[in-house]
Ligand binder design. Sequence first.
Ligand SMILES: CC(C)(COP(=O)(O)OP(=O)(O)OC[C@H]1O[C@@H](n2cnc3c(N)ncnc32)[C@H](O)[C@@H]1OP(=O)(O)O)[C@@H](O)C(=O)NCCC(=O)NCCS
Length: 156
Amino acid sequence: MEIRLAGPDDDLPLEELRTTLDEESTFMLMEPGERAVPDSERPRLSYRVVAAEGERLVGFVSVSVMPYARVRHRGHVVMGVRASHTGRGVGRALLERAIAEARSRGLSRLELTVMTHNRRALALYTRCGFQVEGLRRASMIIGGDRVDEYYMGLLL
Ligand SMILES: CC(C)(COP(=O)(O)OP(=O)(O)OC[C@H]1O[C@@H](n2cnc3c(N)ncnc32)[C@H](O)[C@@H]1OP(=O)(O)O)[C@@H](O)C(=O)NCCC(=O)NCCS
């Protein structure tokens, strides 16, 4: 046996290996047969919520949902509000709308990551019911400095 970097010639054999693993093990992301489904036939479950002032958007939440049976109950949240509009309740309103939408779509979990020193975002997420579930150490490098992030989750 040889342990080596995979190259382009490994693409097809790798796909075969992963398909086999999907069948052999329940510890992988996909269920047996699910890998073969064309992307065009997979459900589109992600959604976005925006805050608009006329034509101009001032804030958004995006909720990304992977279309696989084992994880399609959970959404990954990313959000942001223009600096000119922060501290006025826009983030709270956006996130509450996104959470209500998640419930109405039958999602049972939302999750996100946030830099540990982002006090405003942490306050918002905690107020909306998210709990810290873990720490991603040195998960970002900003201006040469290592920055930690929290994993946060909300069960619906
Ligand atoms: C984080 C962000 C989304 C929050 O949105 P926002 O519109 O500013 O937040 P809100 O005005 O709705 O305030 C939400 C909560 O944050 C808290 N908060 C507001 N300003 C704060 C500040 N300067 N420091 C600490 N907490 C603060 C308040 O407790 C508020 O809770 P309340 O509604 O119970 O009073 C927004 O500031 C933003 O986009 N920042 C830059 C990008 C960013 O950090 N994105 C998130 C990445 S994880």
